[in-house]
Design a binder for this molecule. Structure first.
Ligand code: FE2
Length: 197
């Protein structure tokens, strides 16, 4: 059986400092995210599910295996949603789709921020696209993911307390606001292109 491996962070541990400190990132990536892989691999020891892709395990599993597989997948996706060289805003087809489904880029950002800020307890705010190519914002609790609802994730923000408590303590709204400074729109555009191809 092959183990699932945590992918490397797509930038240096301190690359997002100003938004996420090296200490915050080292706990989040090195302890929390890494821990989900450790637990998942332990749970899937001798389980034929371990021969599938991580995404397939997320879609097919429930309970503890789902929680750890989804958290492994969600975080790997989340790291890619941020970049030290953010392009500043959506463009091209992504901007067109956002305008069509939310009215404007600003309206989308406001709705996404509101969903991320008000999500009760631990979870994730997602931008996802369905099979009709319609975009929607999904605030989902704990490890839950659009993959479970036949939707394709385009962007996510982790609002578990472990994502921001070192840098922001209890101030989730400030953590959510800062996200737009580092959002990786090129990555979001790429997810959209693949989803509608
Ligand atoms: Fe997290």
């Amino acid at each position: 059986m092959s183990d699932f491996q945590q992918p490397p962070l797509p930038y240096a541990m301190d690359a997002l400092k100003g938004y996420i400190s090296e200490e915050q990132m080292s706990y989040h990536y090195g302890k929390h995210h890494a821990g989900y892989y450790t637990k998942l691999n332990r749970m899937l020891k001798d389980d034929p599910l371990a021969e599938h892709s991580l995404q397939d395990v997320v879609v097919a599993s429930s309970g503890g295996i789902f929680n750890n597989a989804a958290q492994a997948w969600n975080h790997a996706f989340f790291w890619n949603c941020m970049s030290p060289a953010s392009s500043g805003g959506p463009s091209g087809q992504l901007a067109d789709f956002i305008d069509r489904d939310f009215g404007s880029i600003q309206a989308f950002k406001d709705q996404f921020s509101e969903a991320a800020t008000t999500l009760f307890g631990a979870g994730w705010a997602w931008l996802a696209i369905d099979s009709q190519s319609k975009l929607s914002i999904l605030p989902l609790g704990n490890a839950d993911t659009p993959l479970k609802y036949h939707q394709t994730p385009l962007l996510t923000l982790d609002v578990w307390e472990h994502a921001y408590y070192v840098d922001y303590r209890n101030e989730r709204p400030r953590f959510v606001d800062g996200f737009w400074e580092v959002a990786n729109w090129d990555f979001v555009s790429k997810q959209l292109e693949e989803a509608i191809a």
